[in-house]
Structures are given as structure tokens and as C-alpha cells.
Ligand binder design. Structure first.
Ligand SMILES: Cc1ncc(C[n+]2csc(CCOP(=O)(O)OP(=O)(O)O)c2C)c(N)n1
Ligand code: SF4
Ligand SMILES: [Mg+2]
Length: 348
């Protein structure tokens, strides 16, 4: 158990913090917006896992989704960057202090339209962070224009008909060999919660593409990003449970029905197979599943791909555990000899 009772029956997590300590400001989003459901699960999971708010950075771009970090974890640091530029700012922050934990919240426009190049390079670099895309198929903040994930042929009252083929952000992530790729639905609180826990325990970039309906501009029955569509069509490729390493591990093992994935530092993800016989460590299978789902207009959710063999950017560059700001200047600056050699080489 990660929670304990203190006198007065108030629940505290292992840092001695109450769930209220993980909340943010009151949301200003439309009532019923999927983004707020995701925020609630971030609060629940961070409290339950005992994530230290003072070592967490909340990063975002611009959009209704990108406003979400204001609504969770008041005690954490936050940076609302420019539209589509959250990946590069987060890369810089994680290079400066690899001991931080980063949660980025972005939108389908922020990631799939203006920020697609930044997104791909973040994945290529394997910057350690949880990257949440609150995917509603529209630019909610600027009043409902189609985004790059909108379905071809979709009609909206004000935006007209979308003529362009959608970008599948999970497919983009798998093709960049991102080591943790999952899709979920804001209306499926349990799955969002378990995937968030696993993503927070993953060492590298963990992408969660969460279909998060915009109740104001894109919640019609024929939209694949709506509550009615999600509720009627969600097909989970497995049931997922996350088991922390400090808990006693009791796996209900029924051969052929569960798949165990052990993360590097101990925690376990247990996947219970539903109809599909699906192996999330097979990159080709992940791409095929996504292609097939796209062709058949299926809304599949779950952990699509996991690969724990890639080094993170901090590991590749052998960064010190100490934040750069805390290193003494003699460790940050090259010595005179090294500097002279460098200049000499450049002039040669
Ligand atoms: C450089 C730049 N271009 C365009 C905009 C206008 N703009 C603000 S938010 C946004 C789209 C947001 O859509 P999305 O990321 O899907 O977030 P949502 O509001 O749907 O959650 C756009 C185009 C901007 N702020 N900056
Ligand atoms: S406009 Fe859409 S995305 Fe923005 S807060 Fe309202 S429901 Fe949410
Ligand atoms: Mg959007």
C-alpha cells in the first residue's frame, strides 16, 4: 500500500501529503471537457505514487489542453511555452537537471500540427518525460478548426468539411522508436490511471495519446473524438494493471491470459489479454495494429508499444546527477588547456 492513515482518518501518501496538495487552481475549461477528466487522473496518480511535487516540472504549449498544468500540482514548477515548442523547452530543462520528473501536456494541434517536428525530435532523443496528448481533433482554444488528427470527410458546423487525411500520433511515435506508446480515452478513467502510472515509472519518453472530447466544438456522434463514439467503440487490446515494486507482487497468473512487463527499476505492468493475442514489445505488430485500426476506423486503446532498451538523452550524454545550476564553476567550464586546444583546433 502506498497510502496510510494518520490520526483523524485523513489519508496521506508516503511523502505525508494529502490529495489536496496535488490539486491546482480551479479549471476554467468548459464543463465536461475531457481535458479536466485527465487532470483528475494526473492528480490521483501523482498523489498515489507519491510523486514529489517539488521535483516535478509541468510543461505545456498553447491550447485549452496546454492550460491543464495550471489545474494540478500547485507546488510543482510549470512552464507554459509557445505553441508547439514544449518539447524543446522540456529537453533543455531535463538536460539541465536530469533528476526532475517531467509531465508535458499538449494538444493534437500543439503536437500534430505546429509542433510535429519538435515532437519527432523529442522522441528521437528519448527525453525522459511523460508526454500527454489531449486529442480532440480540433483547435479548441481558437474555436474549433480541424486539427491534423481530424478524420478525413468529417463535417463540423463552423469548420466545414475536412479534406485532409489524419496523422496518427501513436504511429508517429512508434515509427520514431519511442519506447512507450499508449492510447486511451478520457472517459475510461481506470485505463488512463493505470497507463499514467506505468508512464511515470518508465525511463524515457512515454507518449499517452488520450482521446479527450471537446464538448463545445467536436462532440457529435459521428466524430471519432466524441464521448458517444468513444463509449460505443472503444476496444481495449488488454486490461492493464500497474503494480509498484515496493508492493508485494501477487500476480494472478493464468497461462495464456496475462502478460507481465517488468520495468527497469522494478514495477510491473500486467496486461490481461482480451480478444487480441497482442505482444506490445513487437514494433512491427504495433505499426500493423495501428494501420489496421485506421483502415477499419477502429478505436483501439491500451499499451501499444514498449521498448526499454533505448538510452535516454541524459544517459547518452552521460550527464551528472547534480543539476547544472548546482555544479561549481570549475566543473561547468572547460579548463584553460582544454579551451586553448579547442580554439587551436578551430583555427587549424
Ligand atoms: C505560433 C502560434 N500560432 C497559432 C496560435 C493560435 N493557436 C492557439 S491554440 C491553437 C490550437 C490549439 O489546439 P490544440 O493544441 O489541439 O489544443 P486544444 O485547444 O484543442 O486543447 C492555435 C492554432 C498561437 N497561439 N501561436
Ligand atoms: S473549447 Fe473544447 S477543448 Fe476547449 S475547454 Fe471547451 S470543451 Fe475543452
Ligand atoms: Mg485539440
Amino acid at each position: 500500500m502506498t497510502t496510510e492513515l494518520k490520526a483523524g482518518n485523513e489519508k496521506l501518501n508516503r511523502l505525508g501529503l494529502d490529495k489536496l496538495d496535488y490539486k491546482g487552481r480551479p479549471s476554467t475549461l468548459c464543463s465536461g471537457c475531457g481535458h479536466d477528466s485527465i487532470t483528475s487522473q494526473i492528480i490521483n496518480v501523482c498523489w498515489e505514487l507519491g510523486v514529489d511535487p517539488q521535483h516535478l516540472i509541468k510543461m505545456s504549449g498553447i491550447g485549452c489542453s496546454s492550460k491543464s498544468p495550471a489545474y494540478f500540482m500547485n507546488r510543482a514548477h510549470g512552464f507554459n511555452t509557445l505553441h508547439g515548442r514544449m518539447p524543446s523547452v522540456t529537453t533543455g530543462a531535463m538536460m539541465a537537471n536530469r533528476e526532475l520528473k517531467a509531465i508535458g501536456v499538449s494538444g493534437d494541434g500543439d503536437t500534430g500540427s505546429i509542433g510535429l517536428g519538435q515532437f519527432k525530435h523529442l522522441l528521437r532523443r528519448n527525453v525522459p518525460m511523460v508526454y500527454i496528448i489531449e486529442n480532440n481533433g480540433v483547435y479548441g482554444l481558437t474555436k474549433g478548426q480541424f486539427s491534423a488528427t481530424a478524420d478525413v470527410g468529417q463535417k463540423l458546423k463552423y469548420a466545414g468539411t475536412n479534406e485532409l487525411t489524419p496523422i496518427d500520433l501513436c504511429l508517429e511515435a512508434v515509427s520514431s522508436d519511442c519506447g512507450f506508446v499508449a492510447r486511451s480515452f478520457a472517459g475510461d478513467a481506470k485505463q488512463v490511471r493505470e497507463l499514467l502510472k506505468a508512464a511515470l515509472s518508465y525511463n524515457g519518453t512515454a507518449v499517452l495519446d488520450i482521446i479527450s472530447p471537446c464538448v463545445t466544438f467536436n462532440n457529435h456522434e459521428d466524430s471519432t473524438k466524441s464521448y458517444p463514439y468513444g463509449k460505443a467503440h472503444e476496444e481495449r487490446i488488454h486490461d492493464i494493471s500497474f503494480i509498484e515494486s515496493r508492493e508485494e507482487i501477487q500476480v494472478d497468473y493464468d497461462p495464456g491470459t496475462t502478460q507481465i512487463v517488468q520495468l527497469h527499476d522494478g514495477p510491473i505492468i500486467q496486461l490481461r489479454k482480451l480478444d487480441e493475442d497482442y505482444d506490445p514489445t513487437d514494433r512491427g505488430a504495433a505499426m500493423q495494429l495501428l494501420e489496421e485500426a485506421h483502415a477499419k476506423q477502429e478505436f483501439i486503446t491500451g499499451l501499444l508499444y514498449i521498448n526499454q532498451t533505448r538510452q535516454t538523452l541524459s544517459e547518452i550524454h552521460n550527464l551528472p546527477r547534480t543539476a547544472l545550476a548546482d555544479l561549481p564553476s570549475e566543473k561547468l567550464r572547460p579548463s584553460k588547456e582544454v579551451f586553448d586546444k579547442l580554439i587551436g583546433d578551430l583555427l587549424a
